[in-house]
Design a protein around this ligand. Structure first.
Ligand code: NAD
Length: 486
């Protein structure tokens, strides 16, 4: 792939310092500066939405909702097909933005683009899916019908780690099913998670007023969640912020979909292919600097193979170069911010002070944190109890499958897990005892698919799921009608 060093699309003259609300326009909340994590250099300036901007956008989205909800499915599908075309056409520039703004390597940009395309393609089918039932009427000679209708205005609040994907996985189905939307991207990534998304849908011919992009911080998210026109809030982010969003939205009796944090285990049974399991473990803990809700935060390994597994994990981690993600051969970019880097460091230092041992990795240089493997970890240490969101792999030995299940389930989170074994039925039997919304056999913990229900149990969510049939349920509601006559 080629990184040009220039942002060729979309034209910065159109959107710099602006929000997207019935076209690009100057915001009342001022300007928000975006910085490139790898260099600390200024990268872009976007508009910062004010409370009045949010109110105006929600009014506009509410006005647009009845017309957009009534457009024939073929028109909505056509818009999504054009969005697929636009995403493909601009994939080079989009990859560059993702690399520079989220500090992921180019392959991470490619992944987000492919996953975004998959979300749009899947949503094309949703637009024309049959959405109702003919019911047996209570009285002869009458008709009873039930069908699903759009919710109206959907508020989408996203995290910074896969900003394009998080916007697409909510907006593609929400728009396909006839809703309008307010998108509030994370303040660290308002271009990849907001500006690019607005421009793609604009080029796809989405009518003005149907989608508004409102960059800003938590206060803008709160305003979106609280607005009287917003019928549903689709939130991707941390568990504490999700709790607050749920409280604010609950006041307005809105539907809330929460995709929150995780403390995910790679479970390695005694008969596993150790090299393959360690490769999956390394990808799951170190890929994109471990900054994924679905990253592996625990390696729960049978004592028979723990030495070989740990050695392989250390070796594979040490082979990964950390540096500017735009440079060839770099596998890990910097972590996203000083706040995140200091948090990872604190979790490791406190765990080491409590007796954990660093086998590889170690001190960071600024935001650059090398792949780090720890052993001698016990269940009271922060590295075991907290979501790390950094390239740190704690290894915990277990003597039995029962103990593996107990250790993996020893968390209030319940997002995802992976189980490795030479016997798939054996792995499946263990997997079925894990309390997670997603589970993968002989694979990484970090997977997603547009046609699969993504989401977690416990404090990883509120039982909502996004993707596939789940999106159909999330972004519509039932209406029942009876009428005289057949
Ligand atoms: P965050 O919770 O700080 O922010 C997420 C978004 O919510 C941002 O847009 C932020 O501005 C907004 N926000 C924050 N506080 C808010 C409030 N009180 N009201 C309304 N909006 C608010 O999370 P982050 O640091 O951006 O992302 C990291 C976290 O997100 C991790 O915990 C990670 O596991 C989780 N995450 C979950 C998923 C998932 O699909 N389950 C995906 C990615 C990230």
């Amino acid at each position: 792939m080629t990184l040009t060093g220039e942002q060729t699309w979309p034209n910065p003259a159109e959107w710099t310092g602006k929000i997207y609300s019935e076209g690009w326009r100057t915001s009342e909340g001022g300007i928000h500066q975006v910085v490139e994590p790898a260099t600390g250099a200024p990268l872009a300036r976007v508009g910062h939405a004010s409370p009045r901007d949010v109110e105006r956008a929600a009014d506009s989205a509410a006005r647009a909702a009845s017309e957009w909800g009534a457009t024939p499915p073929s028109e909505r599908a056509g818009m999504l097909m054009r969005a697929v075309g636009a995403l493909r056409e601009h994939s080079g520039a989009i990859r560059e933005w993702i690399v520079r703004e989220t500090a992921g390597v180019p392959a991470k940009g490619d992944y987000e683009i492919a996953a975004g395309l998959a979300q749009l393609q899947h949503a094309i089918g949703l637009a024309s899916r049959p959405l109702g039932e003919v019911l047996t009427p209570q009285s002869p000679g009458t008709t009873s019908l039930a069908w699903r209708v759009p919710l109206g205005v959907v508020g989408v609040i996203t995290a910074w780690n896969a900003p394009l994907l998080f916007a697409m996985r909510a907006l593609a189905p929400a728009l396909a099913l006839g809703n309008t939307a307010l998108l509030k991207p994370a303040p660290l990534t308002p271009v990849s998670g907001g500006v690019l998304v607005a421009q793609l849908f604009r080029e796809a011919g989405l009518p003005e007023g149907v989608l508004h992009v409102l960059p800003g911080g938590a206060e803008v998210g709160r305003a979106v969640a609280a607005d009287r026109h917003v019928a549903m809030v689709c939130f991707t982010g941390s568990t504490p912020a999700g709790r607050e969003v749920a409280r604010v939205a609950g006041e307005g009796l809105k539907r809330v979909s929460l995709e929150l944090g995780g403390k995910n285990s790679i479970v390695v049974l005694a008969d596993a292919d150790v090299e393959a399991a360690a490769a999956a473990g390394a990808v799951s803990s170190f890929g994109y600097q471990g900054q994924a809700c679905v990253a592996a935060g625990r390696h729960v390994v049978h004592t028979d193979v723990v030495e070989a597994y740990t050695e392989a994990l250390v070796r594979q981690g040490e082979a990964l170069r950390t540096g500017d993600p735009r440079e060839d051969g770099v596998a890990l970019g910097p972590v996203i911010s000083e706040r995140q880097a200091a948090r990872i460091e604190r979790i490791v230092e406190e765990s080491v002070a409590a007796g954990a041992r660093v086998l590889s990795g170690g001190p960071r240089e600024g935001l650059f944190y090398p792949p780090t493997v720890l052993d001698r970890v016990d269940r009271t240490m922060p590295v075991f109890t907290e979501e790390i969101f950094g390239p740190v792999a704690p290894v915990i030995p277990v003597r039995t499958e029962d103990e593996a299940v107990e250790v993996a389930n020893d968390t209030a989170y319940g997002l995802t897990a992976a189980v490795h074994s030479g016997s798939v039925p054996r792995a499946v039997a263990v997997a079925q005892r894990l309390r997670t919304g997603m589970i993968h056999i002989n694979d990484v913990s970090a997977k997603d698919a547009a046609n699969a229900p993504f989401g977690g149990m416990g404090i990883s969510g509120n039982t909502s799921r996004i993707g596939g049939t789940a999106s159909l349920e999330q972004f519509t509601q039932w209406r029942w009608m009876t009428a005289p006559g057949p």
